[in-house]
Design a binder for this molecule. Structure first.
Ligand SMILES: [Zn+2]
Length: 210
């Protein structure tokens, strides 16, 4: 009985390590043999296991909770990252567009000309102005024309005449007894080609870059 009590004490001392698999094989055999024939120690083991189970359950709960937090953090990071990417894209796009506008360095070519002995004019002369928009590569993009000197009736007639060529003349309108129009007939010419053409085909009064 005394011997048995001593074994019980030893076994119960070893049980915590046994449960955690810290005991060696010989000790395990000794413990297991004793447990098999000692209900008291078997009960102690049972109780301890239960405690450990409980601990494990609590640990699992904790892990699940931490995992849930981690998931939430990950999701938040994903959303914030997405927002940052969207905002950054907008900012970059805005800055790029702005720089594009600044890079578009348009210049203008303005020619004043006179057409003498023009029918329907007040003093026999038609006074015209052409303004070409030249892009940064020196290419004509558009020309705005203004003609003045027409008598009232001729002004209307001239507007109708130009209006018929809608492929070449747009935005034809009368402003302050002047005929205004846009024309694309010189689009694509270089500035030098345009200067030469105007010089050869109009009685140019003044030709300047503005
Ligand atoms: Zn025992």
């Amino acid at each position: 009985m005394k011997q048995n009590n001593r074994d019980c004490k030893i076994v119960q001392d070893l049980l915590p390590n046994y449960i955690e698999n810290l005991t060696d094989e010989v000790t395990n055999e000794f413990i297991e043999e004793h447990i098999a024939k000692c209900p008291e120690c078997a009960q102690v083991l049972k109780d301890m296991n239960g405690e450990i189970k409980l601990e494990q359950i609590n640990q699992d709960k904790e892990i699940k909770y931490l995992k849930a937090i981690r998931r939430r953090v990950k999701r938040t990071i994903a959303i914030v990252s997405l927002l940052i990417i969207i905002i950054a894209t907008c900012v970059v796009g805005y800055v790029y567009n702005k720089s594009q506008i600044q890079v578009n360095n348009y210049t203008f070519l303005r020619a004043s000309y006179v057409v003498e002995n023009q029918e329907g004019t007040k003093d026999g002369n038609l006074y015209g102005t052409l303004i070409a928009v030249i892009d940064e590569n020196g290419i004509c993009k558009s020309v705005r024309g203004v003609e003045e000197g027409y008598k009232e009736g001729s002004l209307q007639e001239q507007m109708k005449l130009i209006g018929r060529y809608a492929d070449f003349y747009t935005n034809v309108m009368i402003i302050n007894n002047e005929l205004h129009y846009n024309t694309n007939i010189w689009n694509g010419l270089t500035k030098e080609e345009l200067k030469k053409y105007w010089d050869e085909n109009y009685t140019i009064d003044k030709l300047e870059e503005i």
